[in-house]
Structure formats: structure tokens, C-alpha cells
Design a protein around this ligand. Sequence first.
Ligand SMILES: Cc1cc2nc3c(=O)[nH]c(=O)nc-3n(C[C@H](O)[C@H](O)[C@H](O)COP(=O)(O)OP(=O)(O)OC[C@H]3O[C@@H](n4cnc5c(N)ncnc54)[C@H](O)[C@@H]3O)c2cc1C
Length: 498
Amino acid sequence: MTALAMPEPSRETLGRRSEIAADLRKIVPGEGVIVDDVEMRAYESDGLTAYRQTPLVVVLPETVDQVSRVLAYCYENDVKVVPRGAGTSLSGGALPLADAVLLSMTKFNRILEIDFEDRIVRAQPGVTNLGVTRAVEANGFYYAPDPSSQIACSIGGNVAENAGGVHCLKYGLTTNNVLGLEVVLITGEVMRIGGRHLDSGGYDLLAFMVGSEGLLAVVTEVTVRILKAPETARALLIGFPSSEAAGSCVAEIIAAGIIPAGMEMMDKTAILAAEDFVHAGYPRDCEALLIVELDGPAVEVDHLLEKVEHHARANGASHIRVSQSEEERARFWAGRKAAFPAVGRVSPDYYCMDGTIPRKMLPQVLHRMGELSQTYGLGVANVFHAGDGNLHPLILYDANKPGELERAEEFGGEILKLCVEVGGCLTGEHGVGVEKRDLMPAMFTEDDLKQQQRVKCAFDEKHLLNPGKVFPTLHRCAELGRMHIHRGALPFPDIPRF
Ligand SMILES: Cc1cc2nc3c(=O)[nH]c(=O)nc-3n(C[C@H](O)[C@H](O)[C@H](O)COP(=O)(O)OP(=O)(O)OC[C@H]3O[C@@H](n4cnc5c(N)ncnc54)[C@H](O)[C@@H]3O)c2cc1C
């Protein structure tokens, strides 16, 4: 059971568990409904492993019709639903609820269409992020957003979290690479949004859906754009004597108008952990490391390499190495991509934070984080998507030591508040989930939050989809829609009421 305040489970729903499971079995027969407590263990947590909860029942649909009927059943019977992709969310977005159906989309694992002329892939939501690139790479194409978890996370989960990755600095986040969706509303209605074209009429519902963390609808199909692989890609490893110097180099490169394909930074703790784990060839005697990738036609890449080297030297770089082969470039990245598990080898537990700051505030934020680390008595390893100001401090703790988890969470909360204070925001790519839910008022006013919840009400007025996530306080939809009658006069009497 989690220590987080989650919506009180409905005793009435808990009491109907066997009946609900039997009804769902009529929709998803065979092994598609799991009720055995031991078998449900695999679903009790996601990437935010400090929190666990056995769901009411797990359902694994295989067709859109099954998803539609399961959701319609839940709507009619007031049963909550938590959608789940691969369960790698680091913000607890897929954390089950005791009285909710866990709707796992893993059986939706097929590529439906590849169109190289239109440069699109239509995929089911359970296809892994890397699976999209794998399906097109033989023809020289790839899917640009590349979360470090790409080998496991699903494209549907990427849509729900608006996932980012190393190459998003130049090519945009998930939201910039998704063209169309098929979604199923909690009422069971199937809806198509966008398509294979760049823009569509009406409200931009695609933008609402991307990043909606399973609160608005269940994604059953995703159309993404694919890109032609660049002619050349080369990476530089640049070591610095301080994080401040590395931070200022990042700001200078961007200010000079260079948009690298990726620009990542690691501090000493992360560098050593990654090097020991992957042997990527990182210098061990620097305080901060930048990995800068440049891609495009060879002549352009050579020109930009020179410019980046110039900025690196001007900021006191102690090591500069340019990849000389594809194999070496992949090795430079292997260390960064394995940085999280590598840190897992040097600390019994770590808590991965995700906040965004204006790039120029990096030195100040790093300094303050160092002070907070002293105050809380906990180490921190820093890994950043430096080019877009997205920080991933990993707070090191030991869950077996009483009070350390709570201290780590408090420390993490302070880091996120610091991000907001310096003009940034609470999340870069991992979503709000349960992890940052209670920090939302640090970023949004009550009016902001109510307006966002009105959008939720337009899709799910019973609050059945993923309740307890994202919003710190749930307002009933009727309460949000209430009218203020001034001196007995109904405002805008000509507008129909419902
Ligand atoms: C080691 C590691 C590294 C990571 N690195 C990155 C990174 O670089 N960048 C990044 O952005 N993230 C990263 N993540 C976080 C995570 O992988 C992403 O948030 C990913 O998008 C989650 O996908 P998933 O399929 O695992 O979704 P889940 O964890 O299963 O679910 C995430 C959210 O999406 C909702 N959801 C899932 N599928 C659907 C669907 N079909 N319809 C509606 N809602 C749905 C769930 O309800 C939940 O709210 C990392 C995680 C790990 C463990």
C-alpha cells in the first residue's frame, strides 16, 4: 500500500470484485483477465518503485472493440480504470488503484502501416519506441524522440507522457512527432484525432491528448512521422573542470545559433558510474562531461564540429574527443543511455527527478542543489538534457535506512520548487503522475488548475480514468461548471444549458 494520499477505494466496488471480473471475462475471454493476487504482482508498480498497489483486476484487451466495451462497462458501472503501457513511468502514472481495473495495452503490439512516401508509421500503442525505428531503419528512416527507456517503453505511453529524449533538442518531443491518434473515451466511443497530415481543422485535440497521462482517453493507435536518417552524425565528448564551465558552454553553443542533434551533460558521480558500468571511454578526471552530437551533410557537420570545439576551448574544456566511427559514436552514447542503471550500482536506491530550467540558470541551480545535498545529507548524481534545460538529478538514498526515503522525497520536492522559482517548470518529460501531483500548486494557481480540470470533465465527467494522478485536489465536474447568478439574471440566457 502506498503512503501517498490516494482517492479512498470504494468499498462497494471492492465488494463487487468477483462479479466485475466475471463480467469483464465475457468481453475479454481466456487469459485476458487476471484476478489472482500473485499474478497481479507484476503490475503493482511502475518505474516509481517506491509505491505499490495491487489492482482490483488486470485486463489485457487485444482489439479496439474490446477496449471500447471494457470502458463502456466501467462507465456504466462506475468502475475506475488505470491505463498502462510498459509500466516504465517514473512519476507513478501507471500506479494501480485498489478499486480500479488496470487496463494493460501490451497486446497492442503491431505495426499497422509504413508509408515511406508520406513518411509515417501507424502503430498500435504497445509497440516499443525502439520498435518503430527498427521497423523502418533498413530503409534509412528513424523515429526521432528517443527516451533512454526506448527499448522497453511503449509508443502509447510516450504519447501519454509526451516523452522526450536526447534527440528532442533538434527534432522535438513526442508532441512534435505525432500526427494522429485513435482513442477510446471512457464511454466506449472511438474517436480519431488528426491523421497523417500536418494540421487539421477544429480545436487542436491532439495537443490535449499528448501528455494527458491516461486521464482523458485510452490511446489505441498512433500515427507518427518518421525522418530520413542523417547523412552523417558525429559526437564530441567534452570534459570540463567544473559544472559551471560546462553549463556556460551549453548556453554559448545555443546562443551561437547551433542546434545540436543532442547535447547532454553528466556530473562526476554520473560519469564515474557510467564509465565503470559501460566503459564508454569517458575521462575520469573531469567534473562535468558534455556529449554533443551534430548531424546532417558531412560538410555541415565538419563546420559545426569546429565551432563547438571553439566554444568548448573558450570555456576551459580539459578534454575534447570527436567520434571517429559509428561504433565510437554509439559507445559515447551507451554511457549516457545507461547512466540511470549505472547509478543504481553505486547506491542501493535512487530517486530520479525531472524538472526544467532556463539554460542560463544552470550554474546557479547546480550550486543550490549542492547546498541542498549537504542539508539533507544525501548524495546526488546529475544527468541532464542540457540543451533544453531538462534536469534529471538522481538523489541517492537507502530505503532500508529509516527516514531516508522521506528525506529523499523532501529533497526532490525542494529541487522541483527551485526549478519553478528560477523560471522553469515541474516536469520536462516524465509527467506529473502521483510524484509531482502535490507540487502542482507551486506552478499553477487554483484558477489554472480548475480550468485544466474542466478539460478533464469534458472527456470524463465521472473522473473514472486514472483518478488520483496529476491533480492535487479533485473537484466534482458539477462544482466546476456552477454558474453565478447575479441579481437573479442568468448570464448569456441564449446559450443552451445541459
Ligand atoms: C531507465 C528509465 C529511463 C527513462 N528515460 C526517459 C527519457 O529519457 N525520457 C522520457 O521522456 N522518459 C523516460 N523514462 C520514463 C518513461 O519511460 C516514459 O514516461 C514512457 O513514455 C512511459 O511509457 P510506458 O509505456 O512505460 O507507459 P506506462 O509507464 O505504462 O504509463 C505511463 C502513463 O501513460 C498512461 N498510458 C500508457 N499507455 C496508455 C495508453 N495506451 N492510453 C492512454 N494512456 C496510457 C498511463 O496511464 C500512465 O499515466 C524513463 C524510464 C526509465 C525506467
